[in-house]
Design a binder for this molecule. Sequence first.
Ligand SMILES: Nc1nc2c(ncn2[C@@H]2O[C@H](COP(=O)(O)OP(=O)(O)OP(=O)(O)O)[C@@H](O)[C@H]2O)c(=O)[nH]1
Length: 196
Amino acid sequence: MIKSAIVLCGGKSRRMGQDKGLLKINGRPMILHVINSLKNFVDEIIVVLRDEKQKNKYKKVLNNLKSLKIVTDEVKDQGPLMGIFTGLKYVKSDYSLVVPCDSPFINEKFIKNMLNFLSKDLGAEAVVPKHANGKIEPLHALYHKSVRKKIHKKITKNERSVTSFVKEINAIFVSAEELDPSLKSFKNLNTPSQIS
Ligand SMILES: Nc1nc2c(ncn2[C@@H]2O[C@H](COP(=O)(O)OP(=O)(O)OP(=O)(O)O)[C@@H](O)[C@H]2O)c(=O)[nH]1
């Protein structure tokens, strides 16, 4: 069974003030932390960027990486739901693990636990982590390719919330704490003060 991952990296990084995926954490661009964690567990990684200009910058950092495809949003600056829509167009697998590029501490435990769901007969359109306080993590989730049609409907209505989207589809919610007891996989770096 082919396993695919989609890395969302086409955001505007307004709060950070510079492109988050290329920002170095412990001497290495954030996106490489995410890709390094994923690469031993999936057969292909689709990196979804905003446009050709951003793609040219990332090519320098991502060259030589096997099984990696860089694509650009069908329409830019529409938010992560568009990124998922674009990524799902290119994947070979039925389900894809979607992750953001600004969570550099995504770890193997989280990835393995998420991919383990693929060995079950899921019968769901998505598997989404949920915290004890009810907060959900739709950018750290598994999506079936078939949701593309439903996303298209939302986008054409200008509805861009990924959280609202997953609440409307047939999604399974799973304990974030069980997927990664450290919860580090879910930490997003959004502002300069979060970078020491
Ligand atoms: N492909 C793609 N990814 C996106 C898009 N918007 C956000 N993302 C990604 O989704 C993740 C979460 O994004 P946010 O932090 O909410 O938004 P951001 O635009 O990156 O940052 P801010 O401008 O500070 O809100 C990041 O990995 C982004 O790169 C988009 O339009 N296209």
